[in-house]
Design a protein around this ligand. Structure first.
Ligand code: 5MM
Length: 352
């Protein structure tokens, strides 16, 4: 029987959590699945092919100086198997640049029930074997995303329960394999709900997720929670009564135990500026028992993607956009972001 030295795993995971949450950096979510990257490319008129996706990820991942603001990158399976133009696998490139490589391991959302508006996350088939392969490939952390819609009677108890159990089960598999789990229960922005609804649902969902993590004996200190910020729905035009940062600070402080290894935010469809401003407000709203950072996808990539689409043979202008957003969010992490500095940077770089 093969004896696995789990103490080595734990040491590796402790370092990984520390490395991912190191101040003032954040995590780049570049793990768009095939349908999502197709949508992103179509939105800027780019043709979608394996080589186009590889070049786009090369533009992002080989950005010089990215490690000043970015501690880790979440990749999609295809990207983790691809290489830079000079043949260096992306996983090695990131490591060489002091950035921790990670991977999305869920297989996407499956509609559940007759209403077609709620989902459970799939991806358990062969998961322990895939995780072992990812560890051998050099990946250090993983991510699994579930979504929760707010509306009349939503999210349903069933979906909260099923997804919380799924997240806990995934996290347990990850830690057994030596990968740090990022647990992402995303409370969606879609809908006309109020800020109060958003707070209530985030509290409910996070409470259930933590309860299930504890039941599954998942080590909370070796777990990172990726959460939405508390805000009104995207079609609700009534101003929030409280700032997003302050509301989110209250929700997380009331809900997440101090033992959690770290907390990171998703941007969930907010604009780049909104996400950074709200995160900055959050950082200014208090001190927290866990390190808190950003793990944005769209709010780090949108400008870079638009810029790259104007001329995919040129990487540098797009990289300037990515670095700018990464730097702005790194300032927001310590509450030092200002709109003036943000737009000064934009003015310098944005000519498209
Ligand atoms: C980058 O988007 C990620 C993958 O989504 P799909 O599985 O739908 O393709 C997504 O998980 C992302 O990591 C988070 O939702 C955060 O991204 P945003 O854009 O919300 O900050």
């Amino acid at each position: 029987m093969q004896i696995i030295d789990t103490s080595q795993f734990k040491l590796g995971m402790i370092d990984c959590v520390r490395g991912l949450l190191i101040r003032p950096k954040g995590i780049l979510a570049a793990d768009e699945s095939f349908p999502t990257i197709a949508k992103r490319f179509a939105s800027v008129g780019l043709p979608n092919s394996e080589e186009a996706r590889r070049r786009y990820r090369e533009m992002l991942l080989a950005t010089g100086g990215l490690d000043e603001f970015i501690s880790g990158v979440i990749m999609f399976d295809e990207t983790a198997r691809q290489a830079n133009s000079d043949g260096t696998p992306f996983i090695h490139l990131l490591e060489q640049n002091g950035i921790i490589p990670g991977i999305k391991v869920d297989a996407g959302l499956l509609p559940i029930g007759s209403s077609d508006v709620e989902n459970v996350t799939s991806g358990f088939d062969g998961l322990p074997g895939r995780l072992r392969e990812y560890v051998q490939m050099g990946l250090r952390f993983a991510k699994w995303r579930s979504t929760f819609r707010i509306g009349p009677g939503l999210p349903s108890d069933f979906v909260v329960d099923a997804n919380a159990i799924g997240l806990a089960q995934y996290a347990s598999f990850c830690q057994n394999a030596g990968l740090v789990p990022i647990v992402e229960p995303e409370v969606l922005l879609d809908g006309d709900h109020s800020l109060a609804d958003s707070k209530r649902v985030i509290i409910h969902v996070l409470t259930e997720v933590v309860r299930r993590l504890e039941q599954a004996n998942v080590r909370l200190d070796l777990t990172i929670v990726k959460t939405s910020m508390a805000t009104r729905g995207s079609t609700n035009k009534v101003e929030n009564q409280e700032s997003v940062g302050a509301a989110t600070a209250r929700v997380l402080s009331e809900t997440l135990p101090p033992a959690i290894g770290g907390v990171v935010f998703l941007s969930g469809g907010m604009s780049e500026l909104e996400a950074t401003r709200n995160f900055n407000e959050f950082s200014q709203s208090g001190s927290y028992p866990w390190p808190v950072s950003f793990s944005f996808g769209r709010a780090l990539q949108n400008s870079a993607l638009k810029r790259w689409a104007t001329d995919p043979s040129r990487f540098e202008e797009a990289r300037t956009e990515l670095l700018h957003r990464a730097r702005m969010n790194s300032l927001a992490r310590v509450g030092d972001w200002s709109p003036e500095e943000d737009s000064a940077g934009e003015g310098r770089t944005r000519k498209f």
